[in-house]
Design a protein. Structure first.
Length: 274
C-alpha cells in the first residue's frame, strides 16, 4: 500500500509539521499493534491511517492517529495531511467528514489549496495548583504569567510567558516535562510585532507521548484560539508555532468549534511493503 509524508501547515517542503498518511482500501483498520509499529517506523509526531466508510455512515472516512509510542485522541496536522492526500489523489472531493476518537471532524479545501479543519474548541480552566505551576516553570526554565488546563480531547497545559523572545529561547528540561501527567505543554506569548503577519507565538512539548517538540500542532490551536481571541477581542487570528521548522495556523473561533486553516505539501510518496 502507499504511504506518503506530507508537510502540514506550510506552503513549502521541509517546513511545517510532517505526518505519515496511509490510506487503506479495507472497510476496517488492521490490528492496533501493526498500526503502532508502522507509526514507530515512520517516527514522526503522527502517522494517520484512514479507510472509507459506507455511504450511509455519519462520516466519509474513519481516521486514527498514532505517535511513535501511542494512539492520539486528536491531531490537527495529520488530519490536514490526510485531507491533502485525499484531494490530491481524487479519493475525495468537497468537504470530507472523518469519524475519529474526537467525534466527527470535517475538512474543506479552498481553490487556493488551503485546507480548513473544523475541530471542537478546547475548554480552558485556570490551573490552581501552585506546586504544579512551579514544577512546570522549573522544567521550562521560564517565569509563568498564566497557566491553564486545556481539555477534554487534548489534555494539555497552556502556559503563557512574558514575551515572544522567551518562547523562542526556551530550552526545557524534557525529562522533567515528561514526568508531568498531561499530553503536552503549550507555551505561548503575544507576538512582539503583529505587523509581521501573526498575532501570537507558541511552542509545544510532549515528551510523554514520544514527541520532544512538535513542529506545528493544529490541536493545540483549539486552545490557543479561544485564549488569545478573548485577549484580543477578535475571533480570527493567526498563530506562528516557533519551532525550528515553523508554521502558520489561521484560527477562527466559532463558539464550541474552532476552524484551523493551513496549507500542505507532499514530500515523499512511497510503498509500504509489509
Amino acid at each position: 500500500m502507499r504511504i506518503r509524508i506530507v508537510d502540514a501547515f506550510t506552503d513549502r517542503p521541509f517546513a511545517g509539521n510532517p505526518a505519515g498518511v496511509v490510506l487503506l482500501d479495507t472497510d476496517a483498520f488492521p490490528d492496533d499493534h501493526w498500526l503502532q509499529q508502522v507509526a514507530a517506523e515512520v517516527n514522526l509526531a503522527e502517522t494517520a491511517f484512514a479507510h472509507p466508510l459506507p455511504r450511509a455512515a455519519e462520516a466519509d472516512w474513519a481516521l486514527r492517529w498514532f505517535t511513535p509510542v501511542t494512539e492520539a485522541p486528536m491531531c490537527g496536522h495529520a488530519t490536514l495531511a490526510t485531507t491533502h492526500v485525499l484531494k490530491a489523489t481524487g479519493a475525495a472531493t468537497g468537504t470530507v467528514r472523518f469519524a475519529t476518537l474526537s467525534g466527527v471532524l470535517s475538512a474543506t479545501a479552498d481553490d487556493g489549496g488551503s485546507i480548513t479543519l473544523d475541530f471542537p474548541t478546547a475548554s480552558l480552566g485556570e490551573l490552581r495548583v501552585p506546586e504544579k505551576t512551579a514544577e512546570v516553570g522549573a522544567a521550562l526554565g521560564a517565569r509563568i504569567v498564566a497557566a491553564h488546563h486545556a481539555g477534554p480531547f487534548i489534555d494539555d497545559l497552556l502556559i503563557e510567558v512574558a514575551d515572544e523572545k522567551t518562547v523562542r529561547a526556551l530550552a526545557p528540561d524534557l525529562a522533567a516535562l515528561k514526568r508531568i501527567s498531561h499530553r503536552g505543554v503549550i507555551v505561548t506569548a503575544a507576538a512582539e510585532d503583529p505587523g509581521r503577519g501573526y498575532d501570537f507565538v507558541s511552542r509545544m512539548f510532549a515528551p510523554g507521548v514520544g514527541i520532544d517538540e512538535d513542529p506545528v500542532t493544529g490541536s493545540a490551536h483549539t486552545a490557543l484560539a479561544p485564549y488569545w481571541s478573548a485577549r484580543f477581542g477578535r475571533d480570527e487570528l493567526t498563530g506562528l508555532q516557533a519551532s525550528a521548522r515553523t508554521g502558520l495556523v489561521r484560527t477562527a473561533l466559532r463558539g464550541d468549534r474552532t476552524l484551523l486553516t493551513g496549507g500542505a505539501v507532499t514530500v515523499i510518496d512511497g510503498e509500504l511493503l509489509t
